[in-house]
Design a protein around this ligand. Structure first.
Ligand code: SAM
Length: 246
C-alpha cells in the first residue's frame, strides 16, 4: 500500500540525520524534494544513489501533488524532504499531507531536527508554553498587525527570519512588543553556532556592531501576566469608552 513519509533532515550538521531517516530514504520508491540538488548532496553523503527524485516545492505544488497521489495509488512509498529540518514547518508539506490524508493513505512522520525547538530549548526562556510564529508577513502594515496580536500573549514566542531581514524584524519587535528578553540562535548545529541572550535593545546594538550573518531563530519572552492584564483592561475600556459617563 502507498504511504507518505515526512522525513526531517539536518539543519546544518549532517550528523543530525537519524538512522531511521536514512533507512526510510533508502527504501522509498520516490523522494519528493523541495530542491533536488540540495537533496542529492544529502543522499551522496549517505551513499544513497538509487532513489528516484521528483520535486515538490512552493511553485509546482498542485502538479506535483497529483503526481505523488498517483504514485501512492500504484502502491509506492513516497518520502517528502525539504532543504533543511522538518517538512511542513515554514516549508512545503502542509497541503500535501492534507491531500494524502483525504485520499485515505497513511502519513508517517519521521522526527528529527527543527530549528525552532533546537533554539527554544537552549534559550533560557520559559519552555512550558510557547507559540511558533515562524516568518512574519513581509509587508510592514501586516507585520505590525500580527505583532499587535502576539503582544498580548504570555507564552514564549518563536520567530524565523531570513538573514537580510533580521535587523528590520528586531526593530519591529522592539517597537511593538517593548524591550523584552530575547535569545537569538545563530547557525544552529553548525561550526559558528552562537546564542545572543539579553534584551531586544541589547541585541539591536549588537547587530549595529556586527551585522547579522547566517541563519537565525529569534526566541522572545512573552508578555508578563501583569502586563497582559493591563493590555486586557486597555482593550476593554477602549471598546466600552462610550458607556462611561463619569
Ligand atoms: N523546516 C525548517 C525547520 O524545521 O526548522 C525551517 C525552514 S525555514 C525555510 C528556514 C528558517 O529556519 C531560517 O530562515 C531560520 O530562521 C531557521 N533556521 C533553519 N536552519 C537554521 C539554523 N541552522 N540556525 C538557525 N536558524 C535556522
Amino acid at each position: 500500500e502507498g504511504k507518505l513519509y515526512l522525513v526531517a533532515t539536518p539543519i546544518g550538521n549532517l550528523q543530525d540525520m537519524t538512522f531511521r531517516a536514512v533507512e526510510v530514504l533508502r527504501q522509498a520508491s520516490v523522494i519528493a524534494a523541495e530542491d533536488t540538488r540540495q537533496t542529492w548532496k544529502l543522499l551522496n553523503h549517505f551513499e544513497m544513489e538509487g532513489p528516484r527524485l521528483i520535486s515538490y516545492h512552493e511553485h509546482n505544488k498542485p502538479k506535483a501533488e497529483k503526481e505523488i497521489l498517483e504514485l501512492l495509488r500504484q502502491g509506492q512509498t513516497v518520502a517528502l524532504v525539504t532543504d533543511a529540518g522538518t517538512p511542513a514547518i515554514s516549508d512545503p508539506g502542509e497541503d500535501l499531507v492534507r491531500a494524502v490524508i483525504d485520499s485515505g493513505f497513511p502519513v508517517i512522520s519521521i522526527p528529527g531536527a527543527c530549528a525552532a525547538i533546537t533554539a527554544l530549548v537552549a534559550s533560557g526562556l520559559p519552555t512550558r508554553q510557547f507559540s511558533f510564529v515562524g516568518f512574519l508577513p513581509r509587508e510592514r502594515k501586516h507585520r505590525i498587525k500580527e505583532l499587535a496580536y502576539w503582544k498580548r500573549r504570555t507564552e514564549t514566542l518563536i520567530f524565523y527570519e531570513a538573514p537580510h531581514r533580521i535587523r528590520e524584524t528586531v526593530e519591529d519587535l522592539l517597537a511593538e512588543l517593548g524591550n523584552r528578553h530575547i535569545s537569538a540562535a545563530r547557525e544552529l548545529t553548525k561550526r559558528y553556532e552562537e546564542f545572543a541572550r539579553g534584551t531586544l535593545e541589547e541585541f539591536k546594538q549588537l547587530l549595529d556592531e556586527q551585522p547579522a550573518k547566517g541563519e537565525y531563530v529569534l526566541v522572545v519572552a512573552g508578555c508578563s501576566p501583569e502586563e497582559a492584564e493591563v493590555e486586557e483592561d486597555v482593550w476593554w475600556r477602549g471598546l466600552s469608552v462610550s458607556d462611561h459617563v463619569d
